[in-house]
Design a protein around this ligand. Structure first.
Ligand SMILES: [Fe+2]
Length: 387
C-alpha cells in the first residue's frame, strides 16, 4: 500500500445533528450558548405556518424577547433581498441567527449575517477566500430541502440585483456553527422540488467524486452520497412520505456538500450557473439538463471511478446511469426548451469556460469542447447518451 498523497480538507460545520424531530433541540442548543436575542430567517412560504410558530416558541422562553422573524421572498436571493435581510438582522441585534429553508434562504442569511460584522454592501463583500470578520452570534442552519447542502458549506451564491451576475462567496466567517438536519421538514416538499433539489445534490456528489480536488478525505463522503441518492432519490420522488428515502436523501445532500466544500465542482455547475443567470432555469433542473452530456464528455477521464459510478447507478456506464436517473425522476429535459439561438449557446459556453469550477473538472475543456457539450444538451430524452 503506497503512502497517502497530499490533500486539503476544509471542515465547514462545527456541529451537525441529524434525526427525526432534532429541530426540537433548538431551544436546548440556544440556551447552552446563552442566547437572549434570536432572529429567524426563513422562506416566505412558511409565513403563518405551524413550523414557524414551533420555532418561534422554542426561541421565546428564556429569551429577552420573542425572535425577530424575517421572511425571504420565494425566489433565488439577490443583493436587494440580502440587504433587506441585513437591515432586519441589524435592527434585531441578534446573538443567535437561525436560517431555516432552502439553499437560497440559507445563503442569503449567511451573507446578511457577515454584513453585521463587516462594512460594505453585499456586492462589495463577495468573493472567494475573503477575510471577513466573523460575527459573534451563534448561527444555526436548518434545511427544508435535501439539495444544496448550504447548511454545511463555507460558500454562498447571490445574484446581483438587476443584472445577470451571480456573486459567489467563500470565507471562514460564512458557515453555520450548527446544522440541524431533520428529515421531517422535507416530507412536505412537492415532487418537482424533491427531484430538482435532489438532482442538484446528486450532481454535487458526482462532481466532487471525480473532481481534481478529490482526495482520501472527500471521496468516502462523495461516494456515499452518490450511492444513497442513486438509490433513494427516485423513492423520495415517488413516495414523499417514505421515511427512509427522505432521511437518506437529507444525509446524502449534506455529505456531498461536506465533500464539495473542499473539492469544488466541475463542468456541469460551470454550465448550470449561466443557465440560471441568463435564462432563469432553476438550479437543479439546469444541472439535470447538463449532467448527461457533461458525463459523456468527462467519463474517459474517470479512470477506476467510472465503474464505481456506473455500479452505483446500476448501469453499464456512468453516462447511461446518469441519463437513466434523470429520466427516472422526471427531469429529462433538453436545452432547446430554454435557449433558442446559437449566439445564446455560445454565451453559455463562454461563461462556463470562465467559471472557477473548470479548474476542478476531471477533463480539461476549452471553448470548443464546452460548446460541443452544450450542443449535446439540446435534445431530450437521452441527451448526450450517444455522444
Ligand atoms: Fe449545485
Amino acid at each position: 500500500m503506497s503512502e497517502p498523497g497530499p490533500f486539503e480538507f476544509r471542515h465547514p460545520a462545527r456541529r451537525i445533528l441529524f434525526g427525526w424531530g432534532v429541530i426540537d433541540r433548538l431551544s436546548e442548543i440556544a440556551k447552552a450558548h446563552g442566547a437572549r436575542r434570536a432572529a429567524l430567517v426563513t422562506d416566505a412560504c412558511f409565513r403563518d405556518s405551524a413550523l414557524v410558530e414551533r420555532l418561534t416558541g422554542a426561541l421565546t422562553d428564556g429569551f429577552d424577547r420573542p425572535p425577530v422573524v424575517h421572511f425571504m421572498p420565494s425566489r433565488e436571493p439577490d443583493t436587494d433581498g440580502v440587504g433587506d435581510c441585513h437591515r432586519a438582522l441589524a435592527a434585531a441585534d441578534p446573538d443567535l441567527v437561525v436560517a431555516m429553508g432552502g439553499g437560497s434562504t440559507m445563503d442569503a442569511a449567511k451573507v446578511a449575517r457577515i454584513m453585521l460584522a463587516n462594512p460594505g454592501t453585499a456586492s462589495e463583500l463577495a468573493g472567494f477566500d475573503r477575510r471577513h470578520v466573523p460575527h459573534p452570534s451563534l448561527a444555526i442552519g436548518v434545511p427544508t430541502t435535501a439539495g444544496t447542502g448550504s447548511e454545511v458549506s463555507e460558500m454562498a451564491v447571490v445574484s446581483e440585483a438587476g443584472s445577470d451576475v451571480k456573486l459567489r462567496y467563500r470565507s471562514a466567517a460564512l458557515p453555520f456553527d450548527v446544522a440541524l438536519l431533520d428529515p421531517e421538514l422535507t416530507v412536505s416538499m412537492p415532487r418537482v422540488v424533491t427531484a430538482q433539489t435532489g438532482f442538484d445534490a446528486f450532481t454535487h456528489a458526482l462532481e466532487s467524486y471525480v473532481s481534481r480536488g478529490a482526495n482520501l478525505m472527500t471521496e468516502p463522503m462523495s461516494r456515499s452520497a452518490l450511492s444513497l441518492l442513486a438509490r433513494w432519490l427516485p423513492v423520495a420522488c415517488d413516495e414523499p412520505t417514505h421515511r427512509e428515502a427522505r432521511a437518506w436523501c437529507l444525509v446524502a445532500s449534506m455529505q456531498a456538500a461536506v465533500a464539495f466544500n473542499s473539492t469544488q465542482l466541475g463542468l456541469c455547475h460551470a454550465i448550470a450557473a449561466p443557465l440560471g443567470a441568463l435564462h432563469h432555469v432553476v438550479h437543479g433542473l439546469a444541472n439535470a439538463i447538463a449532467l448527461p452530456a457533461v458525463v459523456a464528455y468527462n467519463e474517459p477521464m474517470f479512470g477506476a471511478k467510472a465503474r464505481v459510478v456506473a455500479e452505483a447507478l446500476g448501469a453499464p456506464t456512468a453516462r447511461e446511469g446518469v441519463a437513466r436517473l434523470r429520466e427516472r425522476v422526471g427531469l429529462d429535459r433538453g436545452l432547446d426548451e430554454f435557449v433558442a439561438s446559437d449566439a445564446e449557446r455560445d454565451a453559455i459556453a463562454w461563461a462556463a469556460v470562465k467559471s472557477g469550477n473548470m479548474a476542478f473538472n476531471p477533463r480539461p475543456a476549452d471553448f470548443d469542447a464546452v460548446r460541443g457539450v452544450v450542443e449535446a444538451m439540446r435534445r431530450a430524452p437521452g441527451a448526450g447518451v450517444s455522444a
